[in-house]
Write a protein that binds this ligand. Structure first.
Ligand SMILES: [Zn+2]
Length: 272
């Protein structure tokens, strides 16, 4: 990113509606948060979620009627965010008679997608800025709305820490850099609240900064634990897992823990 999006003054005039998909689990917490952004009769959907007919019907109900669907955007290609996206874009197009684009940062990873625009624009001007936030995956983005509401995808979660997924282009150094960008935006007043891909929102600037700071501290602590364990001669994945996460790691969290350790090992010994 060349420069931070401009400060967005004034009270929010754009509506943000959150709908949680019925896909709760250890990785998805209460379920995927789908967001509908409305500016008058124009609307966008961020992260339609899984291909669940009832959830997609709820999303359609949250759209303005009569209205103009402007686009469907996914914050990254993971199925819990993107699997329902093409279906929803088709449904919105059929209902409105307009073409409804599906956008992703890496269109090769999301069926039917085209490259994400840098801004969401309505008849009244800029509604939101797309911010590239690689780290959870290589194609992770966020959307900063008018008034400072930040849709974070899986870069930040409400009430839990996210995972860096090396198999999906996730890189710890990039994740830490994305967190530093979010921190800078929160510190100078560009971010007023966080609206994560899973879990509850952080609805004040101070809460948002606290969540970002905790995410940075947590990641650095884990990295230090892996570094210390390796220095102590613990070199196999299974032993690192026990050294860093303890003997009582729930089985359903083991996959994510292994990804995070692999990301830390890549960070400590980058391949050339
Ligand atoms: Zn994800």
């Amino acid at each position: 990113m060349d420069e931070l999006p401009p400060r967005l003054p004034g009270a929010p005039s754009v509506d943000l509606i959150q709908l949680t998909a019925p896909n709760p689990g250890p990785m998805t917490l209460e379920g995927t948060n789908t967001y509908v952004i409305r500016d008058g009769d124009q609307a966008w959907v961020v992260d339609p979620g899984p291909r669940d007919p009832e959830h997609l019907a709820d999303v359609l109900l949250a759209m303005p009627r009569p209205g103009r669907p402007m686009g469907v955007l996914v914050t990254h290609h993971h199925a819990d965010h993107a699997a329902g996206a093409a279906t929803l874009a088709r449904q919105l197009a059929a209902r409105s008679g307009c073409e409804v684009p599906l956008w992703a940062a890496d269109p090769a990873l999301v069926h039917g997608a085209r490259p994400v625009p840098s801004e969401l624009t309505s008849d009244h001007g800029t509604v939101g800025h797309v911010v590239h936030l690689p780290g959870h995956t290589g194609d992770s983005i966020g959307v900063l709305l008018e008034g400072g509401r930040m849709l974070t995808g899986d870069t930040l979660l409400g009430g839990s820490s996210t995972v860096v997924v090396p198999d999906d282009g996730g890189v710890l150094a990039e994740y830490l850099q994305s967190l530093a960008i979010l921190r800078a935006m929160a510190l100078d007043g560009r971010i007023g609240s966080l609206h994560p891909g899973h879990g509850p929102q952080s609805s004040s600037p101070l809460d948002a900064l606290t969540v970002i700071d905790e995410a940075i501290a947590h990641r650095e602590e884990r990295l230090e634990q892996v570094r210390r364990a390796r220095t102590a001669g613990i070199l196999t994945m299974d032993r690192l897992l026990r050294a860093v996460y303890g003997p009582d790691l729930p089985p359903e969290k083991e996959k994510a823990a292994r990804w995070n350790i692999r990301a830390a090992l890549d960070h400590l010994s980058p391949r050339t």
